[in-house]
Design a protein around this ligand. Structure first.
Ligand SMILES: *Cc1c(COP(=O)(O)O)cnc(C)c1O
Length: 384
């Protein structure tokens, strides 16, 4: 395992080329599709940007340092990272164990697409993850997890599950988008493939769609080949934006963590809010587990308003500082209703089973002054 990096410094400096390109302090953008042919071994040089590109590789080095993995591959979206990873690691006849509480599109991919390729999928309820050890079969090749979950902020004991999976020679993939490498480092606790929608916190400015898979060297070849064939590569310019966004990740997360707890406590005490889902609150059912796996709880939370869908819509309509938009992890606060955004394409009974009500609002707390956010939520909830 790689030695632990000092995160704020690693965010700024790691992965960046030194002594290249006239000594430029800011990494150059190699916005080139192809590179001159040079005689010699094929592995040492750049050829074609769908294979590899120096700006993309700077990004990949930075993320690998932050996650403590050997290496990393970057993709054109979080879903490209997730799909490419699953399709590269699984074959017809393999068995996949997956939790039910997943990002909507991931759930669709796993339950609708993978079975059509002959991959057997078994979906586990949150409470059944405790006894996941009994579910492994000869054919079980992988376990797919997400923690904290979108949108109910459930916490999964990925350390324990990784130990069990490895006893059965299964690979563990986990979506760590809500966690960020600042608040949790799943690879240090056994997760083999750490996935992110880099669209969210890693980039942090809501202006790039992208994804990453931080991985061990032993998996690199299979995933690299998958990316080359499926083609979900990230553009060098987008990689540069991400490199820039990542420089402030540790600094941004400090504020997201502080604002997150302040806003969650405010909502918890509000008479028009019936329930708050935030792992940093003492009455979150997995608060103790969250404290053991995470060093901060981030800016993501969900809450139920008194009433139904119209009441939740009313709150969104009246927000003035917080923007009523889907997505998350940017410097600006965003609020959305999972039932009509991230989980829209699930069947109503699938949403119900996942505990996603029509009165649920998901809030991505940004880096604004927390007093402004509390005031804004207060006035919008006051219209109910
Ligand atoms: C947004 C998101 C994704 C999908 O990422 P895209 O970049 O939109 O493809 C996957 N997982 C989680 C937890 C997300 O929030």
């Amino acid at each position: 395992m790689k030695p632990e990096a000092r995160m704020a410094t690693a965010c700024v400096h790691s992965g960046e080329p030194r002594g290249e390109a006239l000594g430029a302090v800011v990494p150059p953008i190699y916005e080139s599709v192809t590179f001159d042919y040079v005689k010699g071994p094929i592995g040492d040089r750049y050829h074609y940007t769908r294979w590899r590109n120096p700006t993309v590789e700077a990004l990949e080095r930075k993320v690998a340092t932050l996650e403590g993995t050997d290496t990393c591959l970057a993709f054109s979206s979080g879903m490209a990272a997730i799909t490419t990873s699953l399709l590269s690691l699984l074959n017809r006849g393999d068995h996949l164990l997956a939790q039910r509480d997943l990002y909507g599109a991931t759930f669709e991919l796993i339950t609708r697409k993978l079975p059509s390729f002959g991959i057997e999928v078994e979906v586990l309820e949150h409470d059944d993850l405790q006894s996941i050890g009994e579910r492994f079969k000869q054919e079980t090749k992988a376990v797919y997890l997400e923690s904290p979950t979108n949108p109910l902020l459930r916490i999964v004991d990925f350390e324990k599950i990784s130990t069990e999976a490895h006893e059965h020679n299964a690979i563990v993939l986990m979506d760590s988008t809500f966690g960020t490498p600042i608040n949790q480092q799943p690879h240090r606790r056994g997760v083999d493939v750490v996935l992110h929608s880099a669209t969210k916190y890693l980039n942090g400015h809501s202006d790039v769609v992208s994804g990453v898979a931080a991985i061990s060297e032993s998996i690199q070849k299979r995933l690299w080949e998958g990316r080359k064939l499926f083609g979900g590569v990230i553009d060098p310019l987008q990689s540069y934006f991400l490199l820039r966004g990542l420089k402030t990740l540790a600094a941004r997360m400090r504020i997201h963590n502080e604002n997150g707890i302040a806003v969650a406590e405010f909502l918890e005490d509000h008479p028009k809010v019936t329930r708050v889902y935030y792992p940093g609150l003492k009455d979150h059912p997995e608060h103790e587990l969250a404290k053991s796996l995470m060093t901060g709880f981030g800016g993501m939370m969900s809450f139920e308003v008194k009433g139904g869908k119209e009441d939740a819509e009313r709150v969104l309509e009246h927000l003035r500082v917080i923007r009523p938009a889907t997505s998350l992890g940017g410097v600006e606060s965003l609020a959305s209703m999972p039932a009509n955004s991230s989980h829209l394409f699930l069947k109503p009974e699938e949403r119900q089973r996942a505990g996603i009500g029509d009165n649920l609002i998901r809030l991505s707390v940004g880096i604004e002054d927390p007093e402004d956010l509390k005031e804004d939520l207060g006035q919008a909830l006051g219209t109910l």
